[in-house]
Design a binder for this molecule. Structure first.
Ligand code: G6Q
Length: 551
């Protein structure tokens, strides 16, 4: 029989508030959201916090005032304020990789100072931002010419994971701010279809490729970058043309030079920027070219406003803190395995995918920062789609399925571009979903509608399903920055409570290593000696046979 897990000494069970929350959970388990609202008519206006232009309504979460007090106590006992201070000061809080975690520095104003290891990182950041701005302006204005003298009409960003998901998400989110006539395409997957689709119909003479890779060694990105390079050289008939058509965003200057990109066409960042926290670094170059340096500065200002709120607001009035604590409550005390993020905004259609990396790569951990196995659940599975589309697909399970799925509903009070009553219809649906999830429909309500008795069980809805509503005025660069920073810090809060390192990602290594070996075996001219398990051996043989047939 498996041994029960020992309780890690740096996990949350050591805090009195954890035990108090377990008692709270037992004492409040019978309460329905109908009871909580019935007992407190002011709940809808009291359970709200706002900051950095965002409002969080968490009245429909299954918490009482007592629960909230204990959750805040858990944050205090976990040393959240101290951990937060350490992050903002540039201490090496990514312990397993021995690195500082300083994405918050990327959005500090030019006038700020932050000295890390003897260097003022703010000055360095603004030097890169200034170079990015000059380049973005040149591309946007047409001053930057391709090798044949034509201006750039399309940018292709080649990157994967943290070097792709943020720019892709922002490109969709900020479409109304994009410069007309200047398109942006993204290639991440090593599937040849991805790069072939991206170059489809493009003139190399009017195309700029940004190779975005922190390490500049990622196999997918390098494979796609070489394919793009070959397409450019082939189309422009000249190796030297690369200088006008390929730039790089990376921390690895040597590898960039080896690729043939001149240092002046490289935009750098630092090892203290984690991939999934990098959309506001030079990795945002494609975003900056699309929306322009001024709007990019707005994006950074939104991030910074939320950083400031996170740093200064009291824990009980702090948006990321409240969101992070509610996530812990739902995960560890209500047993929720997943969380759905449902933006009522078509332009945020890639936001759930972006958040999947941010949340799951950060907190999908099985050991604490000191390496002890956890004996409690950590990061939930995040997923989602825009509303109202999701309502016509998976919401059935949210309302009547046998598993509890807390949801974040995100809405904007003003449409980016008004058209009829579309935005009101969107928001009416957002509000209705939160209401239906919370209060459901009782059997007597169903019967009151004159429904045949055999349909009553099908039509009743238990309700008591937790949700939060996040509202902002409009989806602007500033709002987007604040929204991303809200989730970044909420993820950080959860990691502090769980005692895990939110900034490493060792779990992605094994698959990459195995793929290298398997790739060599698939492409080996001689039949390789396969010493894997029988399933893996058979799959490799099958792929080799198909490859041989193709030749
Ligand atoms: C993010 C991860 C990962 C990374 C990609 C791309 O936090 O580290 O998603 O961003 O693997 O890495 P490169 O930017 O080095 O190509």
């Amino acid at each position: 029989m498996a041994q029960p897990l020992a309780t890690p000494t740096d996990g949350p069970r050591r805090h009195p508030a954890w035990g108090a929350l377990e008692i709270d959970r037992a004492q409040t388990a019978h309460l329905h959201l109908r009871d909580l609202f019935g007992a407190d008519p002011a709940r809808g206006t009291r359970f709200r916090v706002s900051g950095a232009g965002l409002e969080l309504d968490y009245a429909k979460q299954r918490v009482t005032d007592h629960t909230l007090v204990k959750l805040v106590a858990l944050a205090e006992q976990s040393g959240l304020a101290e951990r937060r201070a350490s992050m903002f000061a540039g201490e090496r809080i990514n312990v397993s990789e021995d690195r500082a975690v300083l994405h918050v520095a990327l959005r500090l104003p030019r006038t700020a100072h932050l000295v890390v290891d003897g260097t003022d990182v703010v000055a360095e950041i603004h030097t890169v931002l200034a170079r990015m701005s000059a380049f973005a302006d040149a591309v946007r204005s047409g001053a930057w010419r391709g090798s044949t003298g034509k201006p750039i009409r399309t940018v292709i960003n080649i990157g994967i994971g943290g070097s792709d998901l943020g720019p892709v998400m922002a490109d969709a989110a900020l479409r109304p701010f994009a410069q007309p006539g200047l398109g942006c395409r993204f290639v991440s997957n090593v599937d040849g279809d991805a790069i072939l689709d991206a170059i489809q119909g493009l003139d190399p003479a009017e195309t700029l490729v940004i190779v975005s890779s922190k390490t500049f060694t990622t196999r997918e990105t390098m494979t796609n970058a070489h394919a793009a390079r070959a397409w450019l050289v082939d189309g422009l008939g000249d190796e030297a043309a690369i200088a006008r058509h390929v730039v790089a965003v990376s921390t690895n200057q040597e590898a960039i030079q080896a690729f043939g990109i001149a240092p002046e066409n490289m935009f750098g960042f630092w090892d203290w920027v984690g991939g999934r926290y990098s959309m506001d670094s030079a990795i945002g170059l494609a975003t900056m070219i699309t929306i322009g340096p001024e709007q990019f500065a707005e994006l950074l200002a939104g991030f910074h406003a939320m950083d400031d709120h996170f740093l200064r607001a009291p824990l009980a009035e702090n948006l990321p803190v409240i969101m992070g604590l509610l996530a812990v409550w739902n995960r560890n005390f209500l047993g929720a395995h997943t969380t759905a993020v449902l933006p009522y905004s078509q332009h945020l259609h890639r936001f759930p995918a972006y958040l999947q990396q941010l949340t799951m790569e950060s907190n999908g951990k099985h050991v604490t920062a000191s390496g002890q196995r956890v004996d409690y659940d950590t990061g939930a599975i995040y997923w989602g789609e825009p509303g109202t589309n999701g309502q016509h697909s998976f919401y059935q399970l949210l309302h009547q399925g046998t598993t509890i799925v807390p949801v974040d509903l995100i809405g904007f009070l003003q449409p980016t571009t008004p058209i009829g009553d579309h935005n009101e219809f969107l928001l009416a649906n957002l509000v209705a979903q939160a209401q239906a999830l919370a209060f459901g429909r009782s059997a007597s309500d169903v019967r009151a509608g004159g429904i045949p008795e055999h349909l009553v069980p099908h039509k009743l809805m238990d309700g008591n399903r937790p949700s939060s509503v996040i509202l902002a005025d409009a989806l602007t660069p500033r709002t987007l920055g604040a929204l991303v920073a809200l989730y970044e810090h909420s993820v950080f809060v959860q990691s502090v409570i769980w005692g895990v390192d939110a900034f490493d990602q060792w779990g992605v290594e094994l698959g990459k290593q195995l793929a290298t070996t398997i790739m060599a075996q698939i492409t080996s001219p001689k039949p390789p000696e396969l010493a894997h398990d029988s399933s893996t051996n058979a799959l490799i043989e099958r792929i080799r046979a198909a490859r041989a047939d193709r030749r």
